[in-house]
Write a protein that binds this ligand. Structure first.
Ligand SMILES: Cc1cc2nc3c(=O)[nH]c(=O)nc-3n(C[C@H](O)[C@H](O)[C@H](O)COP(=O)(O)OP(=O)(O)OC[C@H]3O[C@@H](n4cnc5c(N)ncnc54)[C@H](O)[C@@H]3O)c2cc1C
Length: 424
């Protein structure tokens, strides 16, 4: 039994809290978050990736492809000029942000072996995390109530060309070591799942995975944790651990892309340098009749578009997300020409596949445009490490920086935190 503080009530912090209690329900856990209680109010574009974007996430082995993976053609170098995806004026990049971008580009243009290794590592993390997610779903079925829209049984991935489809298929089967979790879709499969795509001559594969309404699920988690006597403090930003180190045995910092001030105050400069914000964008359109989660591969800076079926006021809709816009340490809510460019590019991709549904949503004012910033590292790997000791000789752990697959990886990271704590 231990006295534990978790800083940050996003997916990583909340999943970690349940896993800690699963291990020992006598742990006394406190969770502090700089934002509002999401069950009451949290505005779009607020800090935190888990609650401020659209309410949908995919969990697949293919999330968080790193810049260095063979799929790197969707992650063109971050500097603009050749399809780059900096979403702030280039002259505003600080020295530290340029350092991040250089490292990102170095890895992305590395030799095939380096790329393969990094990509394989990330896929292995996702695979382990998916296994843990499924165990968790079995163990805590009440957290996945109907409103969380959990849809397991594979995620469809569509491509505009055979060449793209074959490239991805080869890579996914490679990292999946020949298991049956990835297969190509026949024309008949595509017609059955979505006739539009057969007409649009899109090619497809199916990968193992599921989709979930993340906000609904995490609200259930908060309610559950409160019932388990976890103490929550909202609207409280932690700037220093000085006093907290005396009061808590273990401290786990799960501050996503928004905790760099705290990390710098704690002299964790290298970690703060590694974790930067990359924004993504969202829209909602009418569902033309596709009831499985799916992805469409688009050119940069949009990258993969994730689409998740949902219901809004009795209407069937698709929540769609995508896009890569490097904003470094910036407050992206200020907006910029580059950020608008990202939104425009993303919506052009949606229009290309769903022209009718897009124009209806635009006309009816139901696009529900959203933006949110995720934590991302140059190599696409999560950060999870001990950075020091508390006054009670417990651990201080940073667990964050997990790219576009941060939700997928929440279970892997929670597991790693449990291991780090058990070594104390
Ligand atoms: C467009 C888009 C699509 C995505 N799609 C997917 C997907 O399909 N699948 C997937 O796996 N992942 C996806 N992700 C990524 C995923 O949403 C994030 O990686 C994940 O939610 C991050 O969770 P987190 O707990 O690390 O951070 P956050 O959710 O950002 O939580 C961090 C929390 O810490 C708090 N905080 C920060 N600093 C402090 C401080 N000093 N004191 C107190 N509190 C603090 C913040 O308020 C925040 O609530 C997507 C991201 C984007 C942007």
């Amino acid at each position: 039994m231990s006295n534990i503080l978790i800083i940050g009530a996003g997916a990583i912090g909340l999943v970690t809290a349940t896993r800690l209690l699963e291990l020992d329900n006598k742990h006394s856990i406190t969770i502090i978050d700089a934002g509002d209680d999401p069950r009451r109010f949290r505005k779009n574009n607020a800090i935190g990736a888990s609650f401020s974007g659209g309410d949908a996430r995919h969990v697949t082995v293919t999330e968080t492809e790193c810049p260095a993976s063979p799929l790197k053609n969707i992650y063109k170098p971050v500097f603009p000029g050749n399809g780059g995806w900096v979403a702030k004026p280039i002259n505003d990049l600080s020295k530290e942000e340029k350092g991040w971008a250089n490292e990102f580009n170095r890895l992305g243009s590395g030799d095939g072996k380096t790329r393969d290794k990094l990509g394989e590592k990330i896929s292995a993390i996702n695979k382990e995390s998916m296994f843990l997610w499924r165990r968790y779903i079995e163990k805590f079925p009440f957290l996945f109530s109907e409103n969380t829209g959990l849809k397991d049984g594979g995620v469809l991935v569509f491509f505009h060309s055979k060449e793209d489809r074959d490239g991805d298929f080869q890579w996914e089967t490679h990292v999946d070591s020949g298991s049956k979790l990835v297969r190509q879709l026949s024309k008949e499969d595509i017609r059955k799942n979505c006739n539009n795509f057969a007409e649009a001559k899109l090619e497809g594969i199916i990968v193992d995975g599921f989709s979930i309404h993340v906000i609904a699920f995490l609200k259930n988690l908060i309610n559950y944790l409160e019932r388990k006597k976890v103490k929550f403090f909202w609207n409280k930003k932690i700037d220093s651990l000085q006093e907290l180190k005396k009061s808590y045995k273990n401290i786990i910092i799960c501050s996503g892309a928004f905790g760099n001030d705290l990390l710098k105050n704690e002299k964790q400069i290298d970690i703060a340098r590694k974790i930067k914000k990359v924004v993504g964008v969202w829209v909602t359109i009418q569902n033309p009749g596709i009831y499985r989660p799916f992805k469409i591969k688009a050119p940069p800076p949009t990258g993969y578009i994730n689409a998740t079926p949902d219901n809004r006021k009795g209407k069937k809709v698709l929540i769609m997300s995508g896009g890569y816009g490097f904003v470094g340490d910036d407050d992206y809510t200020k907006g910029s020409v580059e950020l608008t460019g990202l939104q425009v590019h993303f919506e052009e991709q949606i229009k290309r596949v769903f022209p009718k549904e897009y124009s209806i949503a635009l006309k009816e004012g139901t696009l529900d445009r959203r933006i949110c910033a995720r934590p991302m590292t140059p190599d696409g790997m999560p950060v999870c490490k001990t950075i020091g000791k508390t006054k009670q000789n417990g651990e201080i752990i940073v667990a964050t920086g997990n790219c576009a697959g941060g939700f997928t990886q929440a279970q892997f990271i929670a597991e790693k935190i449990l291991r780090l704590l058990s070594q104390e």
